[in-house]
Design a binder for this molecule. Structure first.
Ligand code: HEC
Length: 159
């Protein structure tokens, strides 16, 4: 019994050790909850950058909100030609005209997730992080797919 307890402790210690070691560079699964944890805790998106040609608050078009900010991570910024690098994430905060945060829409590039449509994982979150839509929604892909040559990205032009 005592031996079993010790083995259990060791297993927990090893698991914790591995988890804290890999947390910095391991990307989340294509899953709404895992991605939310990643973009708010592991690598908070508010500390990321903007595309050089799309800085800060910008006016947007339907169906997104009238105002938005698009934050991009390192993998996205380092992508100088389409397609974007795997692990690239774009987080779009969608605001009302009174500057209230209404919805957060995210594109996350995941290897082999959906090769026929650019391997993007799409999520629409409430401001509290509830995934309202996630996966390969036809709406997101249909509209963004009009710019598949720009790897489905609409706010930044690759030159
Ligand atoms: C009818 C067209 C349309 C649909 C449907 C649509 N989008 Fe967009 N999306 C846009 C446009 C236009 C932009 C450019 C910014 C703006 O005008 O708001 C954009 C920008 C974005 C961005 C910023 C990154 C970029 O460069 O494209 C993200 C992230 C995003 N959309 C996610 C989504 C998600 C997730 C869905 C589905 C839940 C979705 N979009 C559905 C038109 C659309």
């Amino acid at each position: 019994m005592y031996k079993l307890f010790l083995t259990g402790c060791l297993a927990v210690a090893v698991t914790l050790g591995v988890a804290s070691f890999s947390i910095a560079d391991e990307m989340p699964a294509a899953d709404g909850a895992a991605l939310w944890t990643y973009i708010t805790k592991t690598s908070p998106y508010t500390k990321w950058s903007f595309w050089p040609d799309h800085q800060g608050m910008q006016e947007g078009r339907a169906p997104h909100a009238p105002l938005h900010k698009v934050f991009v991570n390192k993998q996205a910024l380092e992508s100088t030609t389409p397609p974007l690098k795997y692990g690239a994430i774009e987080v779009k905060e969608n605001y009302s005209p009174a500057h209230e945060l209404k919805v957060i829409t995210v594109m996350y590039k995941v290897k082999d997730y959906n090769p026929k449509d650019g391997d993007w994982f799409w999520v629409k979150y409430s401001p509290k992080g509830e995934p309202l839509k996630a996966g390969k929604p036809k709406g997101c892909i249909g509209c963004h797919g009009t710019r598949s040559a720009n790897d489905f990205v609409l706010v930044h032009e690759f030159k």
